[in-house]
Design a protein around this ligand. Structure first.
Ligand SMILES: C[S@@+](CC[C@H](N)C(=O)[O-])C[C@H]1O[C@@H](n2cnc3c(N)ncnc32)[C@H](O)[C@@H]1O
Length: 360
């Protein structure tokens, strides 16, 4: 079976490119002539993102159908990969989940959820750009997978308070808001999140956007339980202890072929994708263990791994001569892996510690 991202790329090609390009995509590269108009739009959109000052409102860079399609062809699979990575955190006994996607663009996050989680979805896409809404409608309504889209609403503004959602997503959309609008939005999203509801916030993997998201995280912990990356319910120690550190990870994905071809035409490289994200759940238990922030580094005194957990932030050391099968999970863990230790983390781990690790 095709991976979720390969299936999503195939769907984009079938819906947005010509039948000839779709046939070419099945066996190799798509013709440059077909991609050329999209490539120049993607370059223009990219320049407007990189030139945008964090905390200022971004002037709408996607104002035409061509721009919305170009965004979908290039950015949708990249952002969907991040949502798909986090989607297993959304665990609910409900057969159908009500999903609100703020700044949905071409339907990136709902498509990623449809391709990865077992629940059917009732989706509300909030999107100010009419061409983005048109592309989202086309892509979501034509999606055929094992889980289904029970209903789809596309609207330029948030629903009234009173309606409650099981999953709320804001992916790469807070980045486009000025600070005042972002503050108002967060209050509204909190009011719309139902009991046991999940809030997924993703931002571009850049230091300033990430630091801003870390500040937002600190304002949400009174109401919501962090599920990712934090395994702590208190203020972010990285934010408090450094002016520059930013809590981010990077995904290695099997980049689908059109994404690779567009990268090569654009001179970009999304072989690995940096991301910053926070996932919360209302009324949930905190996850046990610590999150790896800096993976294993050799020092004179042993192996050090920087971790963050409920009562601990900093390096833990496995002393020379104490490495064993029991410490291997911690030693081998990557950034954002969650590691459980058989005893509370401390700067120097004891000889008897046993570690186990998982991705989420
Ligand atoms: C960078 S795109 C992200 C699209 C999608 N979430 C993704 O991750 O690929 C941000 C989207 O947010 C939308 N947006 C920004 N401000 C908005 C607002 N105040 N109301 C509704 N949509 C907004 C923009 O039009 C744009 O389509």
């Amino acid at each position: 079976m095709a991976s979720p991202l390969t299936a999503i790329e195939r769907h984009l090609v079938e819906q947005l490119l010509s039948p000839a390009a779709s046939a070419q995509h099945s066996s190799g590269d798509v013709s440059h002539a077909e991609l050329r108009p999209f490539v120049s739009e993607i370059s223009r959109i990219s320049r407007s993102y990189t030139g945008h000052e964090v905390g200022e409102t971004l002037a709408q860079p996607v104002g035409s159908l061509l721009a919305a399609e170009a965004y979908a062809l290039y950015y949708l699979p990249i952002n969907a990969a991040k949502v798909a990575h986090l989607a297993p955190l959304v665990q609910s006994p409900k057969r159908c989940l009500k999903v609100l996607d703020f700044g949905s663009g071409p339907g990136t996050a709902p498509l990623a959820l449809l391709a990865t989680i077992p629940n059917n979805l009732e989706v509300v896409c909030v999107e100010r750009s009419a061409p983005m809404r048109a592309v989202a409608e086309r892509l979501l309504k034509s999606w055929k997978g094992s889980t289904s889209l029970s209903s789809l609403t596309l609207t330029p503004s948030l629903p009234q308070d009173g309606e409650l959602f099981d999953v709320i997503i804001a992916a790469n959309s807070l980045a486009e808001l000025g600070q005042k609008d972002a503050d108002v939005l967060l209050k509204r999203l909190l009011a719309l999140l139902g009991p046991q509801g999940f809030l997924i916030m993703l931002e571009p993997g850049q230091p300033k956007h990430t630091r801003r998201l870390m500040e937002i995280r600190d304002t949400l912990i009174e109401d919501l339980t962090p599920l990712f990356p934090c395994t702590r319910s208190t203020l972010c120690p990285m934010l408090a202890s450094s002016e520059t550190d930013w809590c981010h990870g990077s995904l290695t994905w099997s980049q689908p072929p059109l994404s690779r071809q567009l990268d090569s035409l654009l001179g970009f490289n999304k072989h690995r994708i940096k991301y910053s994200a926070f996932v919360f759940q209302r009324g949930a238990e905190l996850k046990p263990g610590v999150r790896v922030i800096v993976p294993a580094e050799r020092t004179r005194r042993g192996i050090e791994i920087t971790v963050c957990g409920e009562d601990f932030y900093g390096p833990v050391r496995i002393k020379k001569g104490q490495r064993s099968d029991d410490t291997r999970a911690l030693e081998k863990s990557a950034v954002f892996d969650r590691v459980e230790l058989s005893e509370p983390p401390q700067a120097e781990l004891s000889q008897s510690v046993v570690t186990t690790s998982s991705e989420l």
